[in-house]
Each structure stands twice: as C-alpha cells, then as structure tokens.
Design a protein around this ligand. Sequence first.
Ligand SMILES: [Zn+2]
Length: 133
Amino acid sequence: MDRQRLLDIAAEAIRTDLLEPQGLNAPYLPIDDGQGEFPMEIGLAVGVTRYTGAYGQPTSIGISDHPMHQRPLDVVATLAHEMLHSALPWEVDHGPVFEQHANAMGLIGPPTSTVPGPQFIDWFNRRIKPALA
Ligand SMILES: [Zn+2]
C-alpha cells in the first residue's frame, strides 16, 4: 500500500474511532511528508502540526518519511498524535489535557514523543492492518 493511501485510511479511522468518542473533532487537513522539516535524527521529531500562528488554527500536518519512520504502526501512531494536536487549541500544546486524551487513544510515553501502547496496537491490528493486506 502506498503511503498516502495508508495516511488517508488511518486519518478517517483515527477521527471516528479515537477522537470523536472523546468529543474531539479533528479538522480535515492536508497531510504531507514533512516538506524537509525533519532533518534531525529520527526520534526527535517525526511529526508536525502547522498553525496559522500562535493561538491560531491548524492548517496542515507533516509526517516524516524518513527511512527509519516507515513502519505503518509508527506512521499511524505519529498521525494520531498530530491529529490530536489539530483537534485541540494551539495553547494546549503537550500539557495535561493533551496527555489525558493521548492516553485515552492508547498513546503512551512522554507527551512530547508518544509511542503506541498495547491499546493502540490492538486497535491498529483490528482497524488498520486488514486494510494493508
Ligand atoms: Zn506533539
């Protein structure tokens, strides 16, 4: 499956399965491969949500296509993290509200660099993996 198709399928599933049940609405945003914004070592930054400015509206999402960030589970977990940003006010950033929602989605670890936990992996295997076959 090509990357854009994975992102499209995952974005819709994240929206309906992981965000809407929490009362969150993610805007429909263009998703790209980061436009060269990820020159740093992998692990430091693999996703970005762009805004019109401080306290502004989200405009687009970038997901790194670094060779070390190709595993579908990792790509989808990064997308889920960024879509959560897009569904929350800019100023929430990685604060307690972000962490609470991220954990409810099954994303664990430091809020600045969440990773998929068991609940997220189970959801991925049920909802996304079959579409990859
Ligand atoms: Zn973040």
